[in-house]
Design a binder for this molecule. Structure first.
Ligand SMILES: Nc1ncnc2c1ncn2[C@@H]1O[C@H](COP(=O)(O)OP(=O)(O)OP(=O)(O)O)[C@@H](O)[C@H]1O
Length: 282
């Protein structure tokens, strides 16, 4: 795995540090969160670069969702660090910051602006009493946009981009199908042009044909927007289609990681071999 960091970066940096252009967007070191022995995840380290998609697959209960929550600032780890390059690509100098050394309000701001979270159940990431257009517009307002015309225009553009008919803009998301709700959740996240998106089983619970359409959409958006994505999925076909690299988890630990094709075509760990062969048999 790529690693441009020296040992210094392994300690939690309370102070923001300037970084160079080749730096990863997110650098995770020895991250651990265990609710009880074997319940959570332990000693996870990796880097993710702009435009890169990292898939997390593995056993049910192996800690994938807990890891995603800790990576995205929604679940404090017991130990380890999540370093993020903030402001890269903007006029300001990029800064390397420790997610858990930030104030809670800063983490929340990050999640509304440079980051996004796509939940498995779309209504967990949408506001049920706000119209579809309002759900998208709300995120723009959170970053300071106050111009009604601009917000409406951006909402319309995003609805079109995720293939939701424009005549549904004033409807409540609760009246949408599961696939439409998921596409709306994606639009809500992307309207602020985030650099990094965390997805937890984004195609779970959808019909196979709806899943296929959603996967196409995600693949297109990831490429067009040069998004970095960390995606948790049970589905190796989803991982194969979307992820450049894979991490395989079992019993709270990463047992194998590498390029997706390499991991799936030539699995090294017995658990990965079992996972791949069980898919081939079905
Ligand atoms: N808030 C919590 N308090 C205590 N234990 C928890 C909590 N959240 C999760 N766990 C436990 O931690 C372990 C890992 O859960 P997690 O949801 O991260 O696994 P997962 O790999 O995402 O599972 P699945 O694939 O089934 O969704 C499980 O044993 C779960 O019961």
């Amino acid at each position: 795995m790529n690693n441009v960091w020296n040992d210094q970066s392994e300690c939690a940096l309370a102070q923001a540090q300037p970084v160079d252009a080749e730096a990863p967007l997110l650098s995770v070191r020895h991250l651990t969160k265990l609710y009880a022995p074997g319940k959570g995840f332990s000693d996870v380290s990796f880097d993710i670069y702009p435009g890169e998609v990292l898939g997390i697959v593995g056993e049910s209960g192996s800690g994938k969702s807990t890891l995603l929550k800790s990576l995205s600032g929604r679940q404090s780890p017991d130990s380890g660090s999540v370093l993020y390059v903030r402001g890269k690509g903007d006029a300001q100098v990029a800064q390397l910051e420790d997610l858990y050394a930030m104030a809670e309000s800063q983490r929340r701001h990050l999640l509304r602006t440079e980051w996004g979270v796509v939940h498995q159940h779309p209504m967990d990431g949408l506001r049920s009493r706000v119209s579809a257009g309002g759900n998208i517009g709300e995120r723009l307002m959170a970053v300071g946009d106050r111009h009604y015309g601009n917000i409406r225009e951006a909402s319309s553009k995003w609805l079109t981009d995720v293939e939701i008919p424009l005549d549904r803009i004033d409807d409540m998301p609760t009246t949408f199908s599961g696939g439409m709700q998921q596409r709306l959740q994606i639009a809500r996240n992307l309207v602020t042009h985030p650099k990094l998106i965390f997805m937890d089983e984004p195609t779970g619970g959808l019909d196979v044909s709806v899943q296929a359409k959603l996967l196409d959409l995600l693949r297109r958006l990831v490429t067009e927007l040069d998004l970095a994505v960390v995606i948790v999925t049970h589905d190796l076909a989803v991982a194969r289609l979307l992820a450049h690299r894979l991490m395989v988890m079992r019993r709270s630990e990463v047992v194998e990681s590498g390029l997706t094709d390499q991991v799936l075509d030539d699995p090294q760990h017995p658990y990965t071999q079992l996972l791949v062969s069980s898919v081939l048999q079905n």
